[in-house]
Design a protein around this ligand. Sequence first.
Ligand SMILES: CC1=C(/C=C/C(C)=C/C=C/C(C)=C/C=O)C(C)(C)CCC1
Length: 318
Amino acid sequence: MTARYPVLYFWLRLSSLLLSTLMLVLPGLAQHLSLFLALMLIAGLGIPHGATDHRIFSVLLYRKGGKPMMTRFYSGYLGLMLIYALLWWLSPVFSLLIFLLTSMYHFGQSNWNYVNLGSWPRALLYVLYGAFVLFVPILAHFETAQPIVASIIQRPLPQASPLLLNGGIGLVVILNFGMIGLLWVGGKLTLQQVWAEVLNLCILLVLFVSTPLLVGFALYFSGWHALSSIQDQIVFFQSQKPGYRLKDYVREAIPYTGLAIFGLMMMIWYSNSIQLDAVWGILFIFLSLVTLPHLLLIEMLYRIGQPAEVEWGATVPE
Ligand SMILES: CC1=C(/C=C/C(C)=C/C=C/C(C)=C/C=O)C(C)(C)CCC1
């Protein structure tokens, strides 16, 4: 992935290292800034990267099904969110497990989609990478994660010993480096790709350990994940409409980003939560609802690859 977007990855690495240094040198400032920074990143980049899903779908399948297909898309997307919301209400623990597992796969996919593997090794690679970007920050800052998770599943979490937390971090780190080694031995990665991936993991490790949970995670989610996914989406749109640019993407992402942020605010308002951990809990539940249909669509995007030939935007509903 790094080789495809060298400029983006240069800035991601640099900003992650700068933020880590800032948080270590000025921890007081870090605490004050962290909430604001995390929220801005999630609202300004994380949410928008899923706000053009309707365009992806229309490019992939509009030609096959026309308007009825788009009606199916909107009803499927909303229906899935509704069913998942119901599941959260019935069983928060099970729903959280689904959220964690599907997120791991989705995060891994956005990093490793360039590697050519069979479906099971590929799924394992994705999930392991996702375990790294989710569990390293959560386990390294368990005291912050604990009340948020407790508010999500509506029950207290057991205490975890430092040995267990550090052991968990060590395990996902070793498994991920091991996986890179295996891919290299199996001839799936060039040496240059190996070094790029190793460097990325090292920088992410520093970021996750040295910054507060929500800051490290927000920078990963909004920068490393969302921006590279936006780049992938722009390349995909360009294959249909040469000359498609970032500004076109931004223009198309604005309406649904606004709608999503409005929906999130309504959910927070409706829940009547004033405690910060509970607000974060709602934000993550909201994220899970919009993410489930999004990650199924992105899976389709990487599977189908080449979009159907459509006349761009001709009669595709906005
Ligand atoms: C960080 C974090 C959590 C997990 C967040 C996840 C899983 C986010 C996934 C986002 C996705 C996949 C967005 C899609 O593009 C918990 C456990 C809820 C609470 C503690 C902090």
